[in-house]
Design a protein around this ligand. Structure first.
Ligand code: RB5
Length: 149
């Protein structure tokens, strides 16, 4: 299950993301705002991140105007590795090397076609694993736990 969330800045883009998820036949849960009225992005990043961190959802795709504020908010939740992404290379590597479990997009940064490509690549790329990448991801998680690396 993929959780999708957005503030007003991500509202328009969200509908393009639904198209990809439907094409890929991936079930999703939309918990974002459906209104164009200004709202606080931390709320949406936090709510989506909580669902991923608890295991209720496998991954999350979140959107605000830039992708920045909502990703910063999601990354404050323990267990979350959220990437802000506006290119396909970063989308691929954030999965292959960093095992990102959330993707943030800027509704005012990327157009719908690029966003759809990014989402598809991000969803279809597995974590490469292996000693080197696993060690580094573990180091990120250790920092989060307050462990001195
Ligand atoms: C809202 O205007 C905007 O600040 C928000 O969508 C996002 O871009 C924040 O990082």
């Amino acid at each position: 299950m993929i959780v999708v969330a957005n503030d007003h800045g991500g509202l328009v883009l969200k509908h393009s993301i639904f198209e990809v998820l439907e094409e890929l036949k991936l079930p999703y849960r939309d918990i974002g705002t459906g209104s164009a009225e200004s709202t606080d992005y931390p709320l949406w990043g936090f709510r989506a991140a909580r669902l991923v961190a608890s295991g209720e959802c496998d991954r999350g795709i979140i959107m605000c105007g830039t992708g920045v504020g909502i990703s910063m908010s999601a990354n404050k939740v323990r267990g979350i590795r959220c990437v802000v992404c506006s290119d396909c290379y970063t989308a691929k590597l954030s999965r292959a090397h960093n095992n990102a479990n959330m993707l943030a997009l800027g509704g005012r940064v990327v157009g719908p076609d690029l966003a759809k490509m990014i989402v598809q690549i991000w969803l279809e790329t597995p974590f490469e694993g292996g000693e080197r990448h696993s060690r580094r991801v573990q180091m990120i998680m250790d920092i989060e736990k307050g462990i001195d690396i």
